[in-house]
Write a new protein. Sequence first.
Length: 86
Amino acid sequence: MEEPNLDSRPSRKERVGVVVSVKSSKTIIVESTTRVPHPKFGKIVKQIKRFHAHDEVSSAKLGDTVRIIESRPLSRLKRWRLVSVL
């Protein structure tokens, strides 16, 4: 039986965003903005998405720009982990 190749595992999604809430313990809320063309009219519009991310040591502060990565479900809303404060 062959060993599973860990390099073939699909890469996890990464997002860069701004911390908008640090009120929960070990949890931050990160707002990520993407600019995409409108499907019908073509005008560039902003899409803002909020992610609940796990911050084990509470290193991120309000207003920090952070990098988060997709992970297994950690709670009802948390599916992301903090990688670094930029």
